[in-house]
Design a protein around this ligand. Structure first.
Ligand code: HEC
Ligand code: HEC
Length: 193
């Protein structure tokens, strides 16, 4: 009898693991979203993730809040300034490190603004959350594709390591990629409001 009882106790956890499908609780998903939003609302991201006016920002560069890009730069419909002054005039494509303060940042990709639907500047956590989980408004991405973008984008890599004395969001590329995957596994929960 004692032996049977001991066997039952030993078997219980294994059984429980088989029956219960692993799932990320909603609370953990919401906590992951909070960390994601902390990054996506950082000026290193929102200076590019602006809306349809196509005016890049110069926030968190020592000029104060609400400061738009100098020299009247607009990205136009092309999002690269093709119709006015192209971004590449100053933001060259180069993998070299950014070391000179207040010089135009460069990355190993063509400097440009994201599609208008990815507007994050001045948006609430709930707004960005709803926008990000819907392929209709997140540039057509599944959660796995968003994770891949975060892991491979030269823009994101630069945002976390901008150099030249610029501030950066908390965490790393791997942290936000893991948080987006976690948020996805929890069913992309958003708080209302
Ligand atoms: C220099 C401008 C620029 C900066 C800075 C920037 N992004 Fe983006 N982002 C883009 C562009 C352009 C796209 C559209 C996809 C592409 O062309 O790579 C994009 C798209 C995205 C997407 C959606 C993926 C997709 O396929 O469209 C995510 C997520 C994203 N960015 C995250 C970030 C995060 C996080 C930061 C800050 C750490 C950031 N971005 C900073 C330009 C920028
Ligand atoms: C005439 C030169 C010039 C052109 C053209 C130009 N930029 Fe800039 N840009 C700069 C300079 C210089 C800075 C750095 C400002 C500073 O750090 O004080 C900058 C910084 C930025 C930043 C802020 C980066 C950060 O640290 O957060 C963004 C975003 C940006 N530019 C986007 C664009 C886009 C998009 C275009 C094309 C539509 C463009 N720029 C065209 C000169 C230019």
């Amino acid at each position: 009898m004692r032996l049977v009882f001991a066997l039952m106790v030993a078997a219980a956890p294994a059984l429980a693991q088989e029956v219960v499908t692993p799932q990320i609780p909603r609370e953990e998903g919401l906590a992951a979203w909070d960390r994601i939003f902390e990054v996506t609302s950082h000026p290193r991201c929102t200076n590019c993730h602006v809306g349809d006016a196509g005016i890049p920002m110069w926030e968190a560069l020592g000029y104060g809040e609400e400061r738009v890009h100098g020299m009247g730069i607009v990205a136009d419909d092309s999002r690269i300034g093709a119709e006015s002054v192209p971004c590449r005039t100053c933001h060259v494509t180069s993998a070299r490190a950014n070391t000179v303060p207040h010089a135009p940042p460069h990355i190993d990709d063509a400097w440009r603004l994201p599609p208008i639907e990815l507007e994050w500047l001045d948006k609430s956590s709930a707004e960005v959350c709803a926008q990000m989980r819907d392929p209709e408004t997140n540039d057509g991405n599944t959660i796995a594709e968003l994770v891949e973008h975060l892991q491979t984008s030269a823009f994101v890599a630069w945002g976390f390591d901008p150099g030249a004395g610029r501030s950066a969001p908390t965490g790393t590329v791997e942290d936000i990629a893991r948080d987006v995957a976690l948020w996805g596994e929890a069913g992309t929960p958003c708080v209302e409001g």
